[in-house]
Design a protein around this ligand. Structure first.
Ligand SMILES: [Zn+2]
Length: 308
């Protein structure tokens, strides 16, 4: 549900990741996999993957952005293209499993929280990354896309395991959509004691058709029900921090915060700016619910305040 981006300048970042694959190394023998196999994959790509009269090379497929990958996937489906087994094994078992620079890739995306569920941290230690990489277009079905940077999404183990080989419709590399246009969180009250009993609250997700299958396949509606305690806290925060009190805090502690937005982030306990949802778990849910509550209670629009 959260878009991901390569560090700027994006072209340089992608190029540097490509160099890490070592496909351009010179000097090995002609029989060596380092030279022979990439050449064979390149030949297969150029012979089969032709879109609008352009034949795509192997390096171009590795670096292709999401919109091109979508067209390549369509071409593979339309023509029922099947890669020879030896090339498929090379793509998946050698290039992806052994040679792919996982940590550098995740670091280049600056991903902090799983972009599929926005619940779990996906982090790296100094020498390796602890998250899973999801192939948006499944590697067993589309082995030629096994190391395409825009086909790989760092996700938590739960999301990777639950998705498995199933198809979802929204990729976090798809730049056409923003999170707030894809889904909205809300809550409902089941009983009068909801301020003291979190079981008396329920969480709803209103989705659009673009992300519907993600929500269903990853079972996000069911998963989010364990977070009613966080919703309960949002309700209490909205009751406590009315605009007059927020202004008092801003004036009283003006030297402590870089901006009004920073104080709001600390008071409300999370990022609430769309561009920052990927920084902390549950930020999309808490942002939607707090925006609604502050608007309903005080006609206060949190969208007017950046949390930077
Ligand atoms: Zn996840």
């Amino acid at each position: 549900m959260i878009p991901i981006h390569f560090k700027n300048p994006e072209v340089n970042t992608v190029e540097s990741l490509y160099c890490r694959l070592g496909l351009t190394k010179k000097g090995e023998g002609e029989q060596d996999d380092l030279r022979k196999k990439p050449k064979a994959v390149d030949g297969w790509c150029k012979a089969n993957l032709i879109i609008d009269g352009k034949a795509y090379s192997f390096p171009e497929i590795i670096k292709a952005d999401f919109s091109i990958l979508t067209r390549i996937r369509q071409e593979i489906d339309d023509k029922n293209l099947v890669m020879p087994d030896d090339l498929k094994n090379y793509m998946v078992n050698t290039l992806y499993e052994i040679r792919f620079p996982r940590k550098e890739f995740v670091d280049a995306l600056e991903v902090t929280v799983c972009p599929y569920c926005n619940r779990n941290f996906v982090n790296s230690t100094y020498d390796k990354t602890m998250c899973d990489l999801d192939h948006f277009y499944e590697k067993s079905e589309y082995p030629v896309l096994a190391i395409s940077f825009y086909n790989l999404i760092p996700v938590c183990h739960y999301c990777n395991h639950t998705k498995g080989t199933k198809k979802i419709t929204y990729s976090s590399h798809d730049g056409r959509f923003k999170t707030d246009g894809l889904l909205t969180f809300d809550f409902h009250i089941k009983g009068a004691d909801f301020l003291y009993d979190k079981q008396q609250l329920g969480i709803e997700i209103y989705d659009t058709k673009e992300i519907e299958s993600n929500i269903d396949i990853l079972k996000l509606r069911e998963l989010y029900q364990i977070h009613t305690d966080v919703v309960q806290e949002c309700i209490k925060k909205a009751m406590m921090f009315e605009p007059g009190y927020l202004n008092y805090l801003i004036n009283e502690y003006k030297d402590l915060f870089a901006s009004k937005g920073e104080l709001y982030r600390i008071v409300f306990g999370n990022y609430y700016d769309e561009g920052s949802y990927g920084k902390r778990p549950l930020s999309k849910m808490t942002s939607d619910i707090l925006r609604d509550l502050m608007m309903i209670c005080y006609s206060m629009d949190l969208r007017n305040v950046s949390d930077k």
